[in-house]
Design a protein around this ligand. Structure first.
Ligand code: UT7
Length: 332
């Protein structure tokens, strides 16, 4: 039976930096408040001519090079995004495949908000273990600046733009295989994080534009409490059922939504700070891109080695959540 192996990681961030000080000119806030409440110092913002597929294709290029495979060996492209280039079609995955000049390939987007990357890992694992695909390119790409209301002091300072990508390949070597992954959702909480307008429920209209209904709305405090609870229990379940001790985790890579959430989850799980990857200070919350961007960060710091055991842990709109236990298995 083929197993799924995590071969490589890559990322791309736009050049333009928006600092907390820049938000002081837009909303009633302060650099001190944002840093204290979230850990965010700055975030990246795309240029007008950069859409999610542009960021995603650049991140994917890095991941493909590092995987040491020919791009024509890729037989599935999955893009996790809630800020696709186009509302309905074509998918951002199709655009990324075209920008990379891949041969004709199955390509689709998935929408699971900030949990999108973990959902995509789960899908890639199923395709590979079933024998249907051999080399899956996953891209988490977001241009949140396109759905932010820069007058909404409850949300606009939290998010940023960026992309991360990875290659998941078939292997016969069980020591390289994904250990476990679990994803879930509960639509009862649909109103916690939402873009209420622009879809089939409230199609684009003057009302949608006037009320900025195509922008993200979030009940931050309620989301915060659920995030800490769900992120903690997801990992506890995963470790318990695989009989793995928290001390055996080399890198805990959580979704980067708020430093206080990351710290609370790390403490509940009994993690040492050295195990916990934090990049929210540099990039803010980049939704489906945040986990692969954080993984790429430690890779480029030479902190990620072959055989390291990684836990991914995500939470987002839907609500959705998911955790994964995976060894890093680059081609030697
Ligand atoms: O990625 C998807 C998942 N998303 C998340 O997990 C986000 C989770 N939520 C959060 O990160 C936090 O809830 C926020 C950072 C959004 C807000 O922090 P909080 O500690 O929950 O603040 P709060 O909404 O309870 O508001 C506390 C105070 C209020 O003032 P009073 O009533 O105590 O006087 C707010 O008016 O902070 C005030 N406030 C602000 N002050 C300065 C709210 N927004 C701001 C702001 N600048 N931008």
């Amino acid at each position: 039976m083929p197993y799924a192996a995590f071969r490589s990681i890559g990322a791309f961030v736009p050049e333009k930096i928006m600092t907390n000080k820049d938000f002081e000119k837009l909303i009633d806030t302060s650099d001190e408040w944002i840093q204290k409440r979230t850990g965010i110092k700055e975030r990246r913002i795309s240029n007008e001519d950069e859409a999610s597929s542009d960021l995603g294709a650049k991140a994917a290029k890095v991941a493909i090079e590092r995987a040491k495979i020919d791009k024509d060996e890729i037989d599935l492209v999955i893009c996790a995004t809630v800020t696709p280039d186009y509302l309905c079609m074509p998918s951002t995955a199709c655009l990324i495949a075209s920008k990379l000049e891949l041969k004709p390939v199955m390509a689709f987007d998935i929408s699971a908000a900030c949990t999108g990357f973990v959902y995509a890992l789960s899908i890639a694992k199923a395709f590979i273990e079933s024998g249907m695909k051999k080399n899956v390119l996953i891209v988490g790409a977001e241009t949140y600046s396109s759905i932010l209301d820069y007058t909404d002091r409850a949300t606009c300072f939290l998010f940023g733009d960026g992309a991360g990508a990875c290659i998941i390949s078939a292997t016969e070597d069980k020591s390289e295989a994904f250990i476990d992954i679990e994803c879930s959702s509960d639509g009862e909480y649909e109103d916690l994080i939402k873009t209420p307008g622009g879809g089939s429920k409230h199609p684009c209209s003057q009302e949608v534009v006037d009320n900025k209904m195509a922008c993200i709305k979030m009940k931050g405090n309620e989301t915060y409490k659920l995030a800490v609870k769900t992120l903690t229990s997801g990992v506890q379940d995963l470790l318990q059922r695989n009989n793995i001790n928290i001390k055996d985790i080399t890198h805990f890579i959580p979704h980067q939504a708020n430093y206080r959430i990351i710290k609370a989850v790390g403490e509940s799980l009994g993690l040492d700070d050295s195990q916990v990857v934090v990049t929210i200070d540099k990039y803010g919350n980049t939704s489906a891109a945040s986990i692969p961007m954080a993984m790429n960060y430690i890779y480029e710091q030479n902190e990620l080695k072959a055989g390291d055991t990684i836990v991914f842990d995500a939470f987002g709109g839907g609500l959705t959540w998911g955790s994964a236990l995976i060894p890093f298995a680059p081609i030697k």
